[in-house]
Ligand binder design. Structure first.
Ligand SMILES: [Zn+2]
Ligand SMILES: [Zn+2]
Length: 357
């Protein structure tokens, strides 16, 4: 045993576990150990800066949630992950798209996007608007929504209602695990009838282009356990689902693409789904569409009309692909718009809901 003695001193681990493992050596060589400890302690006195320099870098970020007050509502943005929008997924005039390609050389982060869902605590119900991608989209870069929800102090079991803007997997993947389990076991899920009938139809799926097929497959697999449990509901008009919430049809991106507008005490927040994907292109150029827009003309028309209205009325917007916390407002700028983001604030200020006007 005595041979091991100089080894652990040389390794500089005098204060850690080898001391515990050396009980017998301790008894037999207590004087020598005491001397060695003195040497080890002396080295701490001589070199205190060495310990400071060794502090490890921490690469984890703050928990991905941000909440704000809208009237009596608590609205919490839930970060799901970060991604990059491919410029080939955008359709615009040649001049606009050449401009995008050129700008990307200077600024490779121009098409960075994030993915978010949002939680509304109405005081009586916990409502989730979109559920992030889970494991169904994003190649592992997305799927943090449930962690963000827990960090915000809630559990998936507490969610009463899920409102879906549409059935693309980056908005609904978080609902269901790959082995078909409901992530929100007590939630009633609502989606527009036109949306549900489109993506869940085997006939339409069979006729769809090959590259769109995966969206049909994922939508069907994600919906299945909720349908089986009787928790999948569709609406076709302005049925009252949640008090103070209005359904806002926003067709084009998908057949039943829907926004949800919550109002409380004269304040409003609109959850707008995929009205905008690449904000730094589509806000200055609202006519630019995305390849995921199933009806390109309708998507552009919806965006044109909605952006003008939102800028005019100064409505708070919750946009799943806008920069985190994905909450902000629009300003008219030239022939397009600019995004005025909600800025991180560590207070829960009941008196400062709408600083702009
Ligand atoms: Zn979409
Ligand atoms: Zn999306």
């Amino acid at each position: 045993m005595s041979n091991s003695f100089p080894v652990w001193i040389n390794e500089g681990k005098a204060m850690s576990s080898p001391l515990v493992r050396s009980t017998n050596a301790f008894k037999r060589n207590s004087m020598r150990i005491a001397a060695a400890l003195l040497i080890a302690l002396a080295s701490f006195v001589v070199g205190p800066n060495a310990a400071l320099a060794a502090a490890a870098q921490h690469h984890d970020q703050a928990p991905g949630f941000y909440r704000m007050k809208v009237g009596d509502l608590e609205v919490t943005a839930l970060f799901d992950g970060h991604g990059v929008f491919d410029p080939h997924w955008l359709n615009g005039t040649k001049a606009t798209m050449d401009g995008v390609a050129e700008a990307l050389h200077e600024d490779p982060h121009m098409l960075d996007v994030s993915d978010e869902g949002f939680l509304v605590n109405t005081g009586t119900q916990l409502v989730l608007v979109d559920a992030g991608a889970g494991t169904w989209w994003g190649g592992g870069a997305l799927g943090r929504l449930v962690d963000s929800l827990r960090s915000a102090g809630y559990t998936p079991e507490e969610v009463d209602i899920v409102l879906l803007t549409h059935l693309h997997s980056d908005h609904v993947g978080g609902l269901t695990t790959q082995d078909g389990k409901r992530v929100f076991p007590n939630a009633e899920v609502y989606v527009a009838k036109a949306e549900s009938s489109f993506w869940l139809s085997p006939e339409i799926a069979a006729k769809a282009p090959k590259e769109v097929q995966p969206f049909f497959r994922s939508a069907q697999a994600i919906a299945a356990p909720y349908i089986e449990a009787g928790k999948w509901h569709t609406f076709s008009g302005s049925e009252a689902i949640v008090d103070g919430m209005q359904v806002v049809p926003l067709p084009g991106h998908t057949p039943g693409h829907t926004g949800y507008e919550f109002s409380s005490k004269g304040q409003k927040v609109l959850f707008w789904g995929d009205v905008v994907h690449a904000q730094r292109v589509q806000l200055p150029h609202p006519e630019v569409t995305a390849v995921f827009d199933i009806d390109q003309t309708a998507a552009a028309a919806t965006r044109n009309q909605l952006l003008a209205e939102l800028a005019r009325e100064d409505v708070l917007i919750a946009g799943p692909h806008m920069p985190f916390p994905a909450l902000g407002r629009l300003r008219k700028e030239g022939s397009g718009y600019s995004w005025v983001p909600v800025i991180f604030n560590d207070r829960w200020d009941e008196r400062a809901p709408s600083p702009q006007k």
